[in-house]
Structures are given as C-alpha cells and as structure tokens.
Ligand binder design. Structure first.
Ligand code: DP6
Length: 371
C-alpha cells in the first residue's frame, strides 16, 4: 500500500538529522483535548490505518497538559525518555511512549539524539473512562512537532504543523489524530470529503450546521476500573470477525448519513446514528472470538432509562460508549435543564454525583508555553 504522507515525511526526515556539534535545550508545553467518536474507529490494518473513517468532536473540559523538556544528547544514539504522570514516574506509559518514539524515529530521526523528560497531567480523574490516550498522545505529538520546529524550523505554517501533529499522533494512538483541531474531525478516506485521509484527521466544521456547535457531552462514569482488554487488542479481533465486512459497509453508510444530518441540522437522524454506532461497537465486541463484554449491568439499566426518557419527552438526547462501560450522554444545550432533572430523578439511584462529568464540544489544542 502506498501512503503518500508517510512517504513524504520519510523523505523529509533526511533533513532532520542533528549534527554532533549541535547543542540546544528547551521546553514546550501543550494542552490537547480528548475527543468522543460518533462514528467509531474499530479495526485497523498496516501501521495504524483505519478500516473505516471515523468522525468525532473534541471536548472542552477533558484534556491533557504535557510539558516536554529536551536537551541534545550527542553521546549516545539511543532514546532517553523519562515520563512523569502527576509528577510521579509512570513506567507503564513510559514504555508506551518509548514504543511510540521507536515507530516515529523514521520520521523524526533527531529524537534518538535527545534526552527527553515528559510531564503530563489530565484535567479529568485518572481512569475516568475518558479516552486519555487520545489527549495524551496528541499532546506529545504536538510537543515533538514544536521541538522539530525549534531545532530545524521546518513546520512554520500552522497547516503544516497541525498536519504533521495529527500524523504523528495517529501513530501513538489512532483516535489521538482527531484531537488536534477544535469541533468536528474526520479521520479516514471518504470519497465525498475533499482532503480526507487515512493518515491524518481533518477538521470538517465548515460542513456542520450551527446547531451542532452547542452540543453537550455529560459523561456517566459507571466504572473507573482499568479496561478488561486494550483497544489495540479489540481492533485486532476485527481482523477475522465474521461481521467485519458488514460492519465496514455500515460504518460508511452511517458516516454518509451523519454527514448529511450534520449539514442539514437534523438532530433526530444524528441521535439515531450515534446510538447505532455505540451499540454496534459493543455488539462487535460481544461477537468477537474470544468475546468480551465491557458493558456492566448499570450501563444497560441507564440505557433503558435514557430510551424511556426519549420516548416520554420526545427530547432527542442520544448516547455513545467507547471501549468501556461508561455512557456519554450527548444532547443540544437547549435540553440541559431537562437532562439535569432526568439525571437527578433516574440516574442518581445508580451512580453518584461525583461520577458525572459535564463536558461539551470544544476547542482544539493550545500551546501553553515554550522556552
Ligand atoms: C472505541 O485509538 O484507543 O474509542 O489506535 O490501538 O490506540 P489504538 O486505539 P484507540 O481506539 C479507540 C476506539 C474507540 C472508538 C474511537 O475513538 O473511534
């Protein structure tokens, strides 16, 4: 398979080699949001290439702040990375970053000549069921692009900078490539969207009706436990899945219909498609070999309450789930009051107030400081 951007960055990498006499140090501090997928990425091939396009929006209050201190380290040609989460050394994620850096060394060869110390914090509680790898990996990818710019001055135009950040973020965690821009992002080639690509996510806000910029995402945390299986393992199980082909076809149909609902402002169709994606994702998990069930009894009982609320009130709230038991309630801001009443009356008997996170569609990444 020929991947154009990958080829391009591999060629560019010839210009990104540090000479032994180059001495420089600095630090860079980025904030990057988490995002919630409406059309799900589930299944991949080659190097983090999705089997179908996915579409998400970036969140406003759920983000990762990552500071990277760098120093040229000409003595060795080996990676030197230390990772701290909430100022504590975190070896599990450190290993993940080392793997990530090994993968991207062919695009950023200067990395092996740097001593890097990475400090991350999340705005949301650890293991809250919010996709922390998306915000974490995208904030690191942004930091690497800034370091490339400081050392070589190669990514001056914002378009080039964000394109490469999304490209690198994808190689850290697929969904992370959708966390660079604000609002709505599409990752994956789709014949009706210009510039769409399997290698990066692109912002598609210009294709979205104004009413969809006032969406809330209220996250109902049913369990903070670590996932039973990693997303990567789940993606792999799609390879021999008996429903794989049907799923990929349906993902495209759902995407086309969602794009049309987003454009026309059709909240009802939007709600139906988002729910269909969430339930299909979990039915794919349940029909994998081996199967896995990530929903919990409370997940189903809350989904039942949401369905009843929608039937009784005719209010188009919808929900989605990622690879976990937690529910993202998605609705227009106009219905916030009614949703709060619903939560108070029907959800508080299942989960506590401190396990609810109020978020909304929001801004993209942000450079916090640099030295
Ligand atoms: C269910 O991006 O976490 O949240 O590329 O292996 O890191 P890796 O997977 P990841 O998968 C996310 C899966 C999902 C759906 C989505 O966000 O599109």
């Amino acid at each position: 398979m020929n991947y154009v951007l990958s080829e391009y960055y591999r060629n560019q990498a010839k210009k990104l080699i540090l000479s032994d006499t180059h001495h420089q140090e600095g630090e860079i501090f980025w904030r990057s949001p988490s995002n919630i997928a409406l059309i799900k990425y589930w299944g991949k091939k080659d190097l983090q290439i999705p089997t179908n396009p996915s579409l998400s929006f970036s969140l406003s209050n759920s983000y990762t702040d990552t500071k990277i201190k760098f120093q040229t380290n000409n003595v060795t040609e080996k990676q030197s990375i230390e990772f701290f989460f909430n100022n504590q050394k975190q070896q599990e994620f450190e290993r993940r970053i080392c793997n990530f850096f090994e993968i991207i060394e062919k695009f950023e060869p200067f990395l092996k000549k740097l001593k890097l110390t990475v400090y991350s914090t999340n705005s949301f509680p650890h293991s809250a069921g919010i996709a922390s790898s998306a915000s974490a990996m995208s904030s690191i990818a942004l930091g690497i692009c800034s370091i490339e710019n400081k050392l070589f001055g190669t990514l001056h135009s914002p378009a080039d900078f964000y394109k490469k950040a999304s490209f690198l973020a994808r190689l850290g965690s697929g969904s992370a490539c959708r966390s660079i821009h604000n609002g709505y992002n599409l990752w994956g080639y789709c014949d009706v969207i210009e510039n769409s690509s399997d290698e990066i996510a692109i912002p598609i806000n210009h294709l979205v009706n104004d009413i969809f910029f006032n969406l809330r995402d209220t996250i109902l945390i049913i369990s903070k436990k670590k996932k039973k299986i990693s997303s990567s393992l789940g993606h792999n199980l799609m390879q021999n899945h008996i429903f794989a082909e049907a799923r990929y076809n349906k993902a495209f149909t759902n995407l086309y219909n969602l794009l049309s609902a987003l454009r026309s402002g059709d909240l009802i169709s939007f709600s139906e498609i988002v729910r269909n994606e969430a339930l299909m994702l979990h039915s794919l998990m349940m029909s994998s070999e081996p199967p896995f069930i990530l929903m919990q009894p409370q997940t189903l009982s809350i989904i039942d309450s949401i369905e009843n609320f929608c039937i009784d009130t005719k209010i188009p709230i919808t929900y989605t789930l990622d690879a976990g038991p937690n529910i993202h309630l998605i609705y227009h801001n106009n219905y916030h009051r009614q949703v709060l009443d619903f939560i108070q009356n029907s959800i508080f008997n299942t989960i506590n107030q401190e396990n609810i996170i109020f978020d909304q569609l929001g801004g993209g990444c942000q450079l916090l400081s640099e030295k």
